[in-house]
Design a protein around this ligand. Structure first.
Ligand SMILES: CC(C)(COP(=O)(O)OP(=O)(O)OC[C@H]1O[C@@H](n2cnc3c(N)ncnc32)[C@H](O)[C@@H]1OP(=O)(O)O)[C@@H](O)C(=O)NCCC(=O)NCCS
Length: 174
């Protein structure tokens, strides 16, 4: 079952959200918990929207959230600097930034991720949506491609993280 969460509910479920993140990304609980202040800072963001997938027992099996980004925010500024000038106005200005989309490994491949993303982007919340994902041959890359996302920038490296990321965009007016 997919449910919508408001800011308060996302805040209350922070630790469960980070547990799903840890499992989906294959990182330790302590690495995931170090992201708690980041999630907390997102609770005040403009246009915040969150959706959760729960199993029959009410356990959180997947989660997605995002918001309307703005200059002065770390991720937004990094992506803006990486985008060619024409892409900045076309894709990033006023975009809905998909911040998290994670599904527990044991329920991946059952349509949960697609349902979460569809619910998150129903509205539509903005003319375009953008996100970053590791620029590697991952399940997520195939998933987003199948859902109509296009590559805007490849091989983006964020400060303090050796991995390469791809910036993806989706036109929500199409
Ligand atoms: C990426 C992720 C969110 C996808 O969720 P999911 O529930 O496994 O995906 P779904 O079952 O909803 O897949 C939906 C569609 O995506 C496509 N898809 C999924 N994986 C794919 C792949 N490896 N290659 C191509 N298409 C793929 C398929 O079209 C699938 O439709 P189908 O069921 O008709 O085959 C999930 O695998 C995950 O949490 N991965 C780890 C964390 C992560 O990388 N998150 C994104 C970070 S930005």
């Amino acid at each position: 079952m997919i449910v919508s969460w408001d800011r308060r509910q996302l805040g209350e479920h922070r630790d469960e959200v980070l547990d799903v993140y840890a499992q989906a990304m294959g990182v330790s609980g302590s690495v995931a918990r170090s992201r708690r202040p980041i999630v907390t800072s997102h609770l005040e963001r403009k246009g915040l929207k969150a959706v959760a997938a729960q199993d029959a027992d009410g356990r959180l099996v997947g989660v997605a959230y995002g918001y309307l980004g703005a200059p002065g925010q770390w991720w937004h500024d990094q992506v803006q600097a990486a985008l060619p000038a024409d892409h900045r106005s076309r894709w990033l200005a006023g975009a809905f930034e998909v911040c998290e989309l994670h599904v527990r490994p044991e329920v991946q491949g059952q349509g949960v991720g697609r349902s979460l993303l569809d619910a998150l982007l129903t509205g539509p919340p903005a003319p375009t949506a953008v996100l970053t994902t590791p620029d590697a041959d991952t399940r997520a890359r195939g998933f987003y491609r199948a859902a109509g996302w296009v590559d805007l920038v490849r091989r983006l490296v964020f400060p303090g993280d050796p991995r390469e990321f791809a910036v993806l965009g989706k036109d929500l007016r199409a």
